[in-house]
Design a protein around this ligand. Structure first.
Ligand SMILES: Cc1ncc(C[n+]2csc(CCOP(=O)(O)OP(=O)(O)O)c2C)c(N)n1
Ligand code: SF4
Ligand SMILES: [Mg+2]
Length: 291
């Protein structure tokens, strides 16, 4: 009897050396992804990892999975296309708060309502890191940046409420300040059969606020499990999500206990149904040939 291969975190680490600033939270996120993928046990060549543009979007290159560092805000459309064409692949999408909720914000609802079987990890540092510290959609009101010298006048987007409102069946949050906890929620997200969203509070050490750094996260974080939260309770998930920005809740906010069908499974059923009534190939060509 042949035994199945087992993987360690190292098997998912590429030879490319990250060029993130020393101390960037994204180092912790990629470590958590290595651990989660090792626990899942799929070989790197069965994984497609798609990102947009930003510091965080460099992440696929630091893994041994097939990667595509694509276009700003377009990780989800590309990931959905790949999953639809090759449903057997494990498809991950990732990027920043700007990538996901500014330029790419219009794609999130549609990936959710299709329930594409993708795990989407957002590295939420409340700033545009790559372009040197402009306001992002999750920047808190009052934040002073290069584009808001007197303080931001805008309310932040709440990524947790956003995805819950569109019906995401799996919603979680983590921080690299708790690496085992972050790896566990990413693993659970990957195992969930449908669209799974993980918001990672990933500190930007260069442009981010002092209270958003690892040390502060360690002091502030409140694991949902210790609050007795039942992830099957959507109303309670919405209530807890409202505290985004004020509290640092970690763990699973919502896991739909009755996973809805994915777009990939519905397309396969439709293809099978239609192929039964389809004309044979030769007859189709005949329709276009003038006799
Ligand atoms: C179409 C387009 N518009 C703008 C940019 C410039 N740009 C690159 S990354 C980025 C924002 C990055 O912020 P975020 O997505 O939060 O990622 P982070 O760098 O913080 O990880 C912007 C505005 C671009 N590359 N393409
Ligand atoms: S600028 Fe911020 S987000 Fe970008 S690599 Fe540096 S610390 Fe990380
Ligand atoms: Mg950002």
């Amino acid at each position: 009897m042949t035994s199945l291969p087992t993987f360690t975190a190292k098997d998912f680490k590429s030879d490319l050396k990250p060029i993130w600033c020393p101390g960037c939270g994204d180092f912790g996120v990629v470590q958590a992804i290595y651990r989660a993928l090792a626990a899942i046990g799929r070989p790197p060549h069965e994984i497609a990892f798609i990102s947009g543009i930003g510091c965080s979007s460099r992440i696929p290159g630091y893994t041994t999975a097939y990667g595509f560092n694509s276009v700003h805000g377009r990780a989800l459309p590309i990931a959905q296309g790949i999953k639809l064409a090759k449903p057997d692949l494990l498809v991950l999408a990732a990027g920043g708060d700007g990538d996901g909720f500014s330029i790419g914000g219009g794609h999130v609802p549609h990936a959710i309502r299709r329930n594409s079987d993708i795990t989407y990890v957002v590295m939420d540092n409340q700033i545009y890191g790559l372009t040197k510290g402009q306001l992002s959609p999750t920047s808190p009101r009052g934040l002073k940046t290069v584009t808001s010298a007197y303080g931001s006048l805008e309310n932040p987007v709440n990524p947790l409420s956003y995805v819950l409102a569109y019906g995401a069946p799996f919603v979680a949050q983590g921080t690299p300040a708790d690496l085992p906890g972050l790896a566990a929620v990413i693993e659970e997200a990957i195992r969930y059969p449908g669209f799974a969203f993980v918001n990672v509070q990933s500190p930007c050490v260069t442009y981010g606020e002092a209270e958003q750094q690892i040390k502060a996260h360690k002091a502030r974080m409140k694991p949902l499990a210790t609050l007795g939260h039942d992830p099957g309770n959507l109303v309670e998930a919405f209530r807890l999500a409202q505290a985004y920005g004020a509290e640092l809740h970690t763990g699973v906010f919502y896991r739909n206990p009755d996973p809805p069908p994915t777009i990939e499974s519905m397309v396969r059923v439709r293809q099978r149904e239609l192929s039964q009534g389809a004309l044979p190939r030769g007859r189709i060509l005949d329709l276009f040939v003038q006799h």
